[in-house]
Design a protein around this ligand. Structure first.
Ligand code: PRP
Length: 218
């Protein structure tokens, strides 16, 4: 008998792209919670339960096994460093992690970098042999160089519009980001058939015709 698969879905910018991918793969997906604020949605007839989580928490739910699988950006995976099994690059929500600054930036004696990704930023500058002070912020990171909190920021760039509107420049892209399907290590063994089936369906859509890498049907 097949077992219920618990899926952690990130609320917010990835949700619609992931939902589109699931639909294309013929998998069930609850509608984006506009009309309801329900966070756990059970679809017993499909053998699935959806947990609508804050994106940064998805790897935590999966590591602890309260979700068997989850969808999460590579940025969050690298920042959170949770013990989860990365199954599939979904190729959606494509963007990049970059170093950003004011156009006239010069290396100073005291370098301060603001970011939502302190682990990613610290690791990067350590590997570069650069000594910087990393300051954690929770959003609107572009403010930091504008008002003098930091010299540079490490942040996600998708269209580049936020940078442009704030007179900032992308100094270096440090890695590409896409959303990944991750699994709890025990669930992957115990619910292998269910997880593998879902993976195969998603893989067929990703590699097949009709769905571009940004998750948009052409
Ligand atoms: C993200 C990121 C940038 C922006 C990049 O912020 O931190 O600010 O999107 O996108 P763009 O290149 O298409 O302009 P988000 O919208 O998640 O909000 P936040 O500032 O609250 O983190």
């Amino acid at each position: 008998m097949s077992q219920i698969l618990k899926v952690a879905m990130p609320k917010g910018r990835i949700y619609n792209k992931a939902a589109e991918l699931f639909r294309q793969a013929g998998l069930p997906i609850p509608p984006d919670g506009e009309e309801s604020r329900k966070l756990v949605i059970s679809l017993p007839e499909a053998g699935m339960e959806f947990i609508l989580a804050k994106p940064v928490d998805v790897p935590t739910y999966v590591e602890y096994g309260v979700a068997d699988i989850g969808i999460v950006g590579k940025d969050v995976l690298l920042e959170e460093n949770r013990d989860v099994y990365e199954l599939l690059d979904l190729g959606i929500a494509r963007c990049r992690m970059s170093i950003i600054g004011l156009p006239n930036w010069q290396p100073g004696i005291q370098q301060r970098v603001a970011t939502k990704y302190p682990n990613v930023a610290s690791r990067y500058f350590r590997e570069q042999g650069q000594q910087v002070e990393v300051v954690k912020l929770n959003g609107s990171i572009e403010l930091a160089p504008l008002i003098g909190l930091a010299d540079r920021i490490v942040d996600m760039v998708e269209t580049g519009q936020t940078l442009k509107d704030n007179g900032l420049v992308e100094m270096k892209s440090i890695f590409e980001i896409t959303s990944r399907l991750v699994a709890n290590r025990v669930s992957y063994r115990m619910k292998n058939e269910e997880i593998q089936q879902l993976c195969d369906r998603l893989q067929a859509v990703i590699t097949g015709p009709g769905l571009a890498t940004d998750g948009v049907q052409r």
